[in-house]
Design a protein around this ligand. Structure first.
Ligand SMILES: Nc1ncnc2c1ncn2[C@@H]1O[C@H](COP(=O)(O)OP(=O)(O)OP(=O)(O)O)[C@@H](O)[C@H]1O
Length: 248
């Protein structure tokens, strides 16, 4: 079978009202890649994620997921999404870690079907994968920020996605937890062959995970990771240089 790109954007442009944000973006993400999406504040990273997730429709260009036009794409569970920790769950919600992760199983299977033994074995497998097996019966609310973020990653993985998209996965967690989250993402990509798309400002940690880096500032460029230092990335040099090249 032909190995189709997981995500393919062709000439995608997006404007909020009269404020252009993305200009003629072309981007291909292939299976098995770990792509880091970086760029200055307001450069359109979240907008680009929303377009890939189908939450925003570009004014021009096309979006294909697994070789299919996004407007016809039905297998939403194949796209796992972990948004910034603060916005996606009320941490006081009275549910155990295992229950939260099991709710990810519903996403792929429909809300009217009871979870089966095989669903729960997948839940237990991902809990083990993210290192939360021992905490599975604990309430989510008593976990640390880093542990909660692992729960949300496990919940997304429970649906058996083909790509995991993470928006600033380390925001609000301490240094040790950041390092351990990046180690987990590295393992998911290298051992479990999970395709990753990660938006992050935290470029040092990101560099330990990604296989390719994409800089965005209205235009897009792919940088050879080895030739771009975290300091250059922080300053958005790569993206600015490209914008100049495109404008010239
Ligand atoms: N709903 C909206 N309506 C109008 N403008 C918006 C809207 N959402 C975002 N914008 C603007 O679009 C631009 C890109 O925003 P976006 O959130 O995609 O950037 P970002 O790169 O993710 O930023 P950050 O790194 O700060 O999270 C910004 O100038 C932002 O103010």
């Amino acid at each position: 079978m032909q190995n189709l790109p997981v995500v393919e954007l062709k000439n995608v442009s997006f404007t909020y009202g009269c404020h252009p944000v993305l200009n003629q973006i072309n981007l291909i993400i292939n299976s098995g890649e770990a792509v880091g999406l970086v760029g200055p504040n307001g450069s359109g990273k979240t907008t680009l994620l929303k377009i890939i997730l189908g939450q925003l429709k570009p004014q021009t260009g096309s979006v294909q997921l697994f070789g299919q036009d996004i407007n016809k794409f039905k297998d939403r569970y194949k796209i796992g999404y972990v948004s910034q920790r603060a916005v996606h769950y009320n941490p006081q919600f009275p549910a155990t870690v295992r229950e939260v992760v099991a709710s990810g199983r519903v996403a792929g299977r429909g809300i009217f079907r009871l979870l089966t033994r095989s669903d729960y074995s997948r839940v237990d497998r991902v809990l083990e994968l993210v290192g939360l097996k021992e905490l599975s019966r604990r309430p989510l609310s008593i976990l640390s920020g880093g542990q909660q973020q692992r729960v949300f990653i496990a919940r997304a993985l429970a649906a058996e996605p083909a790509i995991l998209i993470l928006d600033e996965p380390t925001v609000g967690v301490d240094q040790a937890a950041q390092e351990s989250l990046y180690k987990l993402l590295y393992r998911l990509n290298q051992t479990e062959q999970m395709t990753l798309l990660i938006v992050s400002h935290e470029t040092e940690g990101l560099s330990s995970v990604i296989t390719r880096q994409v800089c965005l500032d209205k235009y897009i460029c792919t940088c050879q990771f080895s030739t771009t230092s975290p300091a250059q990335l922080r300053e958005g040099i790569c993206a600015k240089r490209l914008a100049l090249q495109v404008a010239e």
